[in-house]
Write a protein that binds this ligand. Structure first.
Ligand SMILES: NC(=O)c1ccc[n+]([C@@H]2O[C@H](COP(=O)([O-])OP(=O)(O)OC[C@H]3O[C@@H](n4cnc5c(N)ncnc54)[C@H](OP(=O)(O)O)[C@@H]3O)[C@@H](O)[C@H]2O)c1
Length: 188
C-alpha cells in the first residue's frame, strides 16, 4: 500500500508526490506542482537520509551518503525557498543527527562507538546549511532548525533503538510549528 493511502485510511489528508531526492527533475516538478496548486509552502522537513556505511552497501558509500543527506536537502531547499518565503509563517526543519556534532563526537562514548565518517560528516554539513539558511532568512517569516530525533526504531535505527517513530518525530513536529516569536538557527 502506498504511504499516502495508509495515512488517508487513518483519516489524515495526505497527497503523495514522487520524489527521489537526488533527482533534480523530480525536485523541479515538485516545486512547480506546489507553486501551481498552493502558491506557497508553509513547512518543509528534509527527512530522507541514508546510513550507507552501516551493513552491506554496493557503491560509493561516502559520495552517496553526501548525495542524499547533504546535497539533496540543499537542492530541495534552494528550489523551494521562493515558495517558503511566500508563506506568512514558514518553517524549515532538517532531520540531522547528534553524530554531526563535534562536541558530541569528542565526548560521548556511544557516538565514538557507532559513528562512521560519511554519515557524521554529512549531518555536520547539514547543520551548517541550517545555520546558513537561518542567517540568510533573518527578517523574513522563515524559521530554520536542525533536529536530532533520538535513537528511533526504524529501518535505520534498528529494533534495539529506544524510541518509537511517533516519539522520534516529536522534535521535528515541534520545530515545524514554532510560533512567530520562536527560535531560528538552532540544533535540537
Ligand atoms: N533512526 C534513528 O535512530 C535516527 C537517528 C538520528 C537521525 N536520524 C535521521 O532521521 C531521518 C529519518 O531516518 P529513519 O530512521 O526514518 O531512516 P529509515 O528508516 O532508513 O528511512 C529513511 C527514509 O528516507 C527515505 N529515503 C532514503 N533515500 C532516499 C532518496 N534517495 N530519495 C527519497 N527518499 C529517500 C526512505 O524512503 P523509502 O522508504 O521510500 O526508501 C525512508 O522513508 C534520516 O535523515 C536519519 O539520518 C535517524
Amino acid at each position: 500500500m502506498l504511504k499516502e493511502e495508509k495515512l488517508r485510511k487513518e483519516g489524515i489528508k495526505a497527497i503523495g508526490v514522487e520524489l527521489e531526492v537526488t533527482n533534480t527533475a523530480h525536485i523541479a516538478a515538485l516545486s512547480a506542482w506546489i507553486g501551481s496548486t498552493y502558491g506557497r509552502l508553509d513547512i518543509l522537513v528534509n527527512n530522507a537520509g541514508i546510513w550507507a556505511e552501516k551493513g552491506e552497501y554496493e557503491g560509493d558509500s561516502f559520495r552517496d551518503t553526501f548525495e542524499v543527506n547533504t546535497f539533496a536537502p540543499y537542492h530541495i531547499t534552494q528550489t523551494l525557498l521562493p515558495l517558503l518565503l511566500k508563506s506568512d509563517a514558514s518553517r524549515l526543519v532538517n532531520q540531522s543527527s547528534a553524530l554531526g556534532s563535534i562536541g558530541f563526537m569528542l565526548s560521548n562514548e556511544l557516538a565514538q562507538r557507532i559513528a562512521t565518517p560519511a554519515y557524521a560528516a554529512s549531518k555536520a554539513a547539514l547543520n551548517m546549511l541550517t545555520a546558513y539558511w537561518a542567517q540568510r532568512s533573518q527578517g523574513t517569516n522563515l524559521k530554520v532548525s536542525a533536529v536530532h530525533p533520538g535513537l528511533v526504531k526504524t529501518q535505520m535505527g534498528g529494533d534495539k533503538a529506544e524510541l518509537t517513530a511517533e516519539v522520534g518525530a516529536k522534535t521535528a513536529v515541534r520545530l515545524a510549528t514554532v510560533p512567530e516569536d520562536g527560535p531560528t538557527g538552532g540544533f535540537y
